[in-house]
Design a protein around this ligand. Structure first.
Ligand SMILES: Cc1cc2nc3c(=O)[nH]c(=O)nc-3n(C[C@H](O)[C@H](O)[C@H](O)COP(=O)(O)OP(=O)(O)OC[C@H]3O[C@@H](n4cnc5c(N)ncnc54)[C@H](O)[C@@H]3O)c2cc1C
Ligand code: SF4
Ligand code: SF4
Length: 348
């Protein structure tokens, strides 16, 4: 049996799962792609194009092409609204799949975990999220930009005149035990601020941060230019309070004057971080993998059982471009694993 006669399962239809599925299908491997929501693309499919007068390489448009290729490929069978109930391991994996109350058992030779991340829920942070309508997460802002192209205040549908971006919400937070940097949120928020300014001239953006992560190609030039357009304050606000005229007052320690200050904004945007997901934890348990390895706080590479692979933001915070690379590597490793398994079975 050669690798092209084998079947593998990819769990998660985000950019990582799609890329791995497309790469393996191209090599002739039959792929069962399982996605537990009703559509492919994962979080990347919710992001908007942030181009200003030029492309800013956010990567969001990569996903549409991968969805098209995966759905057109005869070697890829897609199961939407489907989840894994159980995995039994003999020589092959027997996966119990649940879709629309129907149960199926599918035998596969390898499993790829591409189950992604969970966005941080900021409800318990002191920023009024869930209580003040004009406090939104970056993911919600991205969806608004994708849907309507512009930003309006949810409370009164007016265009904002000034917006605050608060960084590191849920990441780099010792009080939560989340010591990791989510890596993508500095770039995502700055690109969003610049994109809004280009579509809604006159909007003032203020960026509250700890430090700014390098976010890829041309970072130095892009960042130098951004500092001319966005007011940068190296401080994380203590809290957000709603004013009598439905605006938002932020208090923060000003590093320049070494004093506490207050500033009032029309909207506050929380740069939520990438968290390890419950779904990945459950999947890891079914595959007999030590969950702690997928906790993002790990120091060493996760040890995976034979035939089990992982890619993308299930492993650690990563961008779309990094997820594509991670998926490509996983696809290569899986193909090599299938090839070796075929050679071993032929030698017997
Ligand atoms: C606000 C925000 C802005 C961002 N902006 C950018 C940006 O500008 N540029 C950039 O490069 N990156 C950005 N990112 C990061 C980007 O979203 C990730 O790099 C990318 O989504 C990772 O892809 P993934 O496939 O690994 O995971 P995900 O996108 O999380 O996809 C995982 C998929 O697996 C499915 N799934 C999970 N568990 C199961 C299961 N048990 N069974 C079946 N299916 C399952 C999920 O439903 C989902 O479809 C941003 C992230 C956020 C939160
Ligand atoms: S990479 Fe981002 S900014 Fe560039 S075209 Fe694609 S979606 Fe738009
Ligand atoms: S990428 Fe920026 S906002 Fe996100 S956790 Fe790292 S430093 Fe904070």
């Amino acid at each position: 049996m050669n690798p092209s006669m084998k079947q593998i399962m990819v769990v998660g239809g985000g950019i990582s799962g799609l890329c791995a599925a497309v790469d393996l299908a191209r090599l002739g491997v039959a792929v069962v792609l399982v996605e537990n929501t009703g559509s492919l693309g994962g979080h990347a499919a919710q992001l908007s194009c942030k181009a200003t007068d030029r492309c800013v390489a956010c990567g969001a448009c990569m996903v549409a092409e991968k969805i098209r290729r995966a759905t057109d490929d005869a070697n890829i069978r897609v199961y939407l609204n489907a989840g894994i109930d159980k995995v039994d391991r003999q020589t092959r994996f027997e996966v119990t799949l649940k879709q629309d109350r129907q149960i199926q058992r599918i035998k596969v030779d390898a499993v790829l975990m591409a189950s992604g991340f969970a966005p941080f829920d900021p409800a318990n942070k002191p920023y009024g999220y869930g209580r003040f309508e004009n406090v939104m997460t970056t993911l919600e802002l991205d969806r608004m930009l994708r849907k309507s192209g512009t930003v309006k205040r949810p409370s009164d549908a007016q265009f904002p005149r000034n917006m605050a971006f608060i960084q590191c919400v849920g990441s780099r937070d010792a009080t939560l035990g989340h010591l990791w940097c989510s890596k993508i949120c500095c770039g995502a928020a700055l690109r969003m601020a610049r994109c809004i300014q280009s579509r809604q001239p006159g909007v003032e953006a203020t960026f509250f941060y700890i430090d700014v992560q390098n976010f890829g190609k041309n970072f130095q030039t892009y960042y130098a230019d951004t500092q001319q357009q966005v007011r940068m304050i190296r401080s994380i606000p203590a809290d957000v309070i709603k004013t009598a005229d439905d605006r938002l007052k932020l208090s923060y320690f000003d590093p320049d004057t070494q004093a506490y200050r207050e500033a009032v904004f029309d909207m506050a945007i929380l740069s939520i971080g990438l968290m390890p997901s419950e779904s990945t934890r459950n999947l890891a348990a079914m595959l007999n993998i030590d969950w702690a390895g997928f906790g993002y706080a790990r120091k060493e590479t996760v040890a995976l059982p034979d035939g089990v692979f992982a890619a993308g933001a299930a492993l650690e915070p990563m961008s779309i471009a990094e997820s594509v690379l991670s998926a490509g590597k996983a696809a290569g490793d899986i193909f090599h694993y299938l090839e070796t398994a075929s050679q071993n079975s032929m030698a017997k």
